[in-house]
Design a protein around this ligand. Sequence first.
Ligand code: 6PG
Length: 469
Amino acid sequence: MKGTYDFGLVGLGVMGRNFILNVADNGFSAFGNDLDSEKVSALIEEGGDTQKVNASTDAKTFIEALSTPRKIMLLVPAGKIVDAVIESLLPLLDKDDIIIDGGNSFFTDTDRRDAYLAEKGIHFFGAGVSGGAKGARLGPSIMPGGNKEAYQHVKPIFEAVSAKYKGEPCVAYLGPKSAGNYVKMVHNGIEYGLMQLTSEIYDLLKKGGNFNNDELHQTYSQWNSGRLQSFLVQITSEILTQDDELGEGKLVDKILDKAKQKGTGKWTSQNAMDLGIPVPSIDIAVSMREISALKDERIAADKLYERPTVEHMDKVELEKLAEEALYFSFIITYAQGLHQLADASKEYGYELEIAEIAKIWRAGCIIRAGLLADITGAFHADATLPNLLLSPSFIQKVQGTVDAARELVAYAAKNGIPVPGLSNSLTYFDSYTSSRLPLNLIQAQRDYFGSHTYERLDRDGVFHTEWEA
Ligand code: 6PG
C-alpha cells in the first residue's frame, strides 16, 4: 500500500487517534505514526480496515505510505518535541510536502519553523485545533496558517473533518506564517476569560443567593437555551449534576480550588502587553489561576482578616442580574481578544479577517457561543471595526446589560466576594467609553519628575513646564 494514503498523522495520543479516525470517517485514508507500538496497534484495531486507517512505529514506512505532496499533521506536545519530530521526518520528505503542527505551539516557534522548512522546500502550517478529544473525533474548529497555495491540498480534508455550523465548515485559511497559532492562542486567552467569569457568577449565586447545586444546574441550563448559549455554560450546567463517586454529594464541591494552566492564556496577556492592547479580562483570568495556586497562603490569610457577612439577595433578582452581567462580560472579553487579533494582524502582517475567525469559532471550539453569530455579523458589516464595542449592532446589547454588571460588582465588593473578571470587564468598558480619562495627571507627574513632556488639548506641539516653584 505504498504512496496511497491521503493523510499522515504523527502522535497517536487521544487527540491524534481521534483526529485520524475522524479523517477516515470522512472518506480519506490515513496513516498514523507513533514510537509507542501499543498506540499503533490500538489505532489499527479501532480503525478496522487497514486500507482506510493504518499505522506504523517506523518513520520510513509511514512516509512511504503517503501520497504526495504528503500532508503530515503533528499532534504532539508543544515545544522541543515538535522540533525533534520535524528533524526525524526531514530526511525522508520531498519538496512541496506539507507539515501541519496541530498543537498549541508558541507563535514565534511557528515562524522559526516556517522559515527553516521553507528553505528546504517544505510547507509548514501552524494549525490550532480546538474542541478537546471529543472535538477531534467528531469535528473540531481548526485555525490554520501558512502558505496559501499549499493550503489547497489540505483544505478538502480539513473542511470535511471540521465542525459544521449550519453546514458551514469551522475551518478557514487564516493567514501566512504563524497566523493560525496566534489566533488559537488568543482563542485560549478568551477561553480563560470566559471560564473565570462563569466561575465568578457561580460563586455569586452560591454565596449571594444560597443557590444549591441543583438550582445552579437549572440556572446554567436555562441560560444555555438563551442568549448565553455556549459550550462553557452548557458544560457548567452538566458539571453541577455530577455525583461524587468516592463520597457523598456532588463532585464539583470536592475538587481542589487550584486551577492549573499550560501557558496559552499567559502568552495572550504577555503578547497583548507587547502590542500595547489592553485585555484586562484575560489578564485577570491568568492572575486568578495564579492566586488560586497559592492555596496554603490563602488559608493562612483567611484567618487573619475579617470578611463582611454576606447579605443575601433575592434569588430571582440575583439570577436575572447574573444572566445580564455574564452576557455583558462575555461580550467585553470577546471584544478584547478580537481587538488584540486586529492589532496583531497589522503588526505581524497576518491580514486576518476577524469575521472569518468569529465564523469558524461558532462551532467545534471551546469558546463556541451563540454570541459568535452576532459577532460575525458585526465584522461582516464593517471589516475594519477596531473594537466590537464600536459596532452599532452591539450598542443595545451592552447598554441593556451594563447596569446589571454595575450592580453586581458593587454588591460583590460590599460583601467581600471576589469578582475580578466581572469588575475588570466593567472597568474596561467604562474606560474604553470615556472620552476623558485622568491620565492628564499622569502626564503632568511624568513631566514634573522626569521632564518627559506632555501634549495639550488646546494646541499642537510638545510641552514641558518647570513645575517646582
Ligand atoms: C481547546 C483548548 C485546549 C487547551 C486546554 C487546556 O481549544 O481545545 O484550548 O487547546 O489545551 O483548554 O488549557 P490550560 O491547561 O492552559 O487551561
